[in-house]
Design a protein around this ligand. Sequence first.
Ligand code: AMP
Length: 176
Amino acid sequence: MPLHEQIRSVIRDIPDFPKPGILFKDITPIFLQPDLCNDITDAFCKPLQEKKPDAIIGIESRGFLFGMLMSQKLRVPFVMVRKAGKLPYKTISQEYSLEYGTARIEMHEDALQKGWNVVIHDDLLATGGTAEAAAALVKKCGANVTSFTFVVELGFLNGKQRLLNHTNNIQCLIQY
Ligand code: AMP
């Protein structure tokens, strides 16, 4: 079975989670299958092998999973972007809009070096607001976003449009 079909066959739809009206794409069953995890990591890394990035950024919390596996496979540093107040050292932060209100994400101020080329990874691309805010953190450090990777894209929300300012290397393994 092609990789995208394998992924599609294990992702679970959870209606009205975490609130009414949201159809939550549950990727946790992927992690019950080590060979599938390995194949997904390989698929993300393949286009990055030739010109390796200087770091992989994973967005809290499901973005840590494949983000870390990718960084190990490519042998490059892994950097966490977390929700406000979770990182222990000095941070830089970026606010972004949610459907109702705002949220803030943070990164350690010394995590990236100026001029680095980095990949931003998360499990799922919805409106693109979170990934765009992570890209703004990268810019604040004087580094460049050279690609984005996601397991799932909710195409009907047009999140890709918001990320194209940074790069058109946007890899999504499956679309809904
Ligand atoms: P956005 O900023 O709108 O692109 O939202 C992306 C973030 O919210 C990711 O970290 C996702 O894990 C999470 N997310 C948004 N919508 C969903 C959904 N329908 N199912 C699972 N996770 C979601």
